[in-house]
Design a protein around this ligand. Structure first.
Ligand SMILES: *Cc1c(COP(=O)(O)O)cnc(C)c1O
Length: 232
């Protein structure tokens, strides 16, 4: 567990360096420690050294893990939310990063209304236009924004993206710039504020910070390699 402590210290100092390099305030960037596949003990170890915000990408796993941990921890959902999991997910998470279609947003709005809740969400954008990926295409998002804004249970706080897998962090930069520019265009066009940009993972979070990330989602650099190949 000392490694988790060391890893967190290293990630925090990398965040501070990237903020400084780009003339940003370190307090404007929040680290979401992505704990998927890792057990509650590891989360506790991170919490013991001051990490309070965690991210999960599967509702079932989160429903088992979250109750094992102190209620002072804060949780974000970062995965693709399945329609039939919305009701269970709503009370667990303070922010949903991966709202990736109008249909899902409508379902979330409807269940939130039934449950008397007002979820905070980020809209996931498929900036690279990869066919296999979840997320709004930028042009579709512009077309559907009016309808999204009419879903009055949802508080749309920003955008999120997962760029294509790449070896080099620099390969992600253009996608982070695209997300930031799309945010600016939407803010102007719809006269709204989208303060949050969720972008950057273990391989590229420092580049994401240089390009304006307010939330970085870091798993492997904190908790180590995940044993199961992919749980999303
Ligand atoms: C797993 C996951 C992460 C963390 O990835 P690492 O490369 O381990 O930092 C970030 N965002 C999402 C959406 C994820 O599913």
């Amino acid at each position: 567990m000392t490694t988790i402590c060391e890893n967190l210290e290293r990630v925090r100092s990398q965040i501070a360096d990237a903020a400084k390099k780009s003339g940003r305030l370190v307090n404007d960037i929040e680290l979401v420690a992505i704990s998927k596949t890792h057990d509650a003990e590891k989360v506790r170890a991170a919490h013991d050294v001051g990490q309070t915000l965690f991210g999960e990408s599967r509702v079932q796993e989160a429903r088992a893990k979250i109750p094992e941990l102190p209620s002072s921890l804060r949780w974000h959902f970062v995965g693709h939310l399945q329609k039939n999991k919305i009701r269970h997910a709503l009370p667990l998470f303070e922010l949903f990063h991966g709202i990736d279609s109008l249909e899902l947003a409508r379902d979330l709005n409807r269940v939130a209304e039934e449950e008397g809740m007002h979820p905070r969400i980020l809209l996931e954008v498929n900036v690279a236009g990869e066919g296999s990926k979840f997320g709004f295409k930028p042009e579709t998002l512009r077309q559907e924004m009016e309808q999204l804004l009419s879903l009055n249970r949802l508080s749309i706080e920003g955008l999120m993206t997962i760029p294509p897998l790449a070896e080099e962090a620099e390969a992600s930069r253009k996608f982070f710039v695209d997300l930031r520019e799309l945010r600016a265009a939407l803010e102007t066009e719809f006269d709204m504020k989208l303060p949050q940009l969720s972008m950057g993972m273990t391989n590229d979070f420092t580049v994401a910070i240089e390009e304006g990330a307010t939330l970085v989602r870091v798993g492997t650099a904190i908790f180590g390699e995940r044993s199961k190949p992919k749980l999303e």
